[in-house]
Write a protein that binds this ligand. Sequence first.
Ligand code: ATP
Ligand code: MG
Length: 257
Amino acid sequence: MLQTVIEFKNVTKLYGEEKSKAVDDISFAIKEGEFITVLGSSGSGKTTILKMINRLIREDSGNITFFGEDISEMNEVDLRREIGYVVQQIGLFPHMTVAQNIATVPELLKWDKKDIQSRIKELLALVQLDPEIFADRKPKELSGGQQQRVGVARALAANPKVMLLDEPFGAVDAITRLQLQKELQKIHKELSDKTFVLVTHDINEAFKLGTRVLIMDKGKVCQFDTPQEIIRNPKTEFVVNLIATVKEHEAFWGELK
Ligand SMILES: Nc1ncnc2c1ncn2[C@@H]1O[C@H](COP(=O)(O)OP(=O)(O)OP(=O)(O)O)[C@@H](O)[C@H]1O
Ligand SMILES: [Mg+2]
């Protein structure tokens, strides 16, 4: 049996004076090696879920485990060492070069200099950026899509068991996006024991990349299943409406032919 990597049990997160529920009593479990996509409209609680896994935000009730251990009892540094995080707004350090950005965590972990240099080259190659050209550039000398690739490389640097990716391809055109999706899928396949959790509001991206899709609406989990099962058996009106948007697009393209 595959190991459970992340489990939420009745987790609720309230924000602000009015105590509005960003995440409302959700429970789910993610197994080793899965590629989970989290799909939902803006404000449905997706980023909040990722931040709670990484302990940047604390839940108000319920509990979260990481490889069976309650994360509230874990050392935060130890926890984050096992997790690569690609934030929603890319978040590269602007004053550092691409290579220095990628080296941040390995340096914190006091890796050998030679190992860091070879890791930088390996990772840039993995995300299809030529180290000769890109290693010494600053983030502002890169396009949005190239910055996002560096973000992915940086998150992978210290070989984490889990990758959290928050809308990693938000800032790129349709063609680059498709290419980056394929690259990410390839990276996941090559690194077979790694668990990916990718947030997106793009239904095509969610259904294409996810081995299972976690669908969120207003802080609740609407459905968590394989893409095939969700299409065959949508559980809520929100999911039915989501799928209907795809069919409407298909019909539109069909009419143009
Ligand atoms: N620090 C905060 N203080 C108060 N409310 C917050 C805070 N962070 C998030 N929220 C609220 O919690 C809800 C969920 O936010 P979250 O960022 O998780 O949404 P999301 O699904 O990631 O949305 P998006 O697709 O726009 O990134 C939203 O209604 C948001 O306004
Ligand atoms: Mg978000």
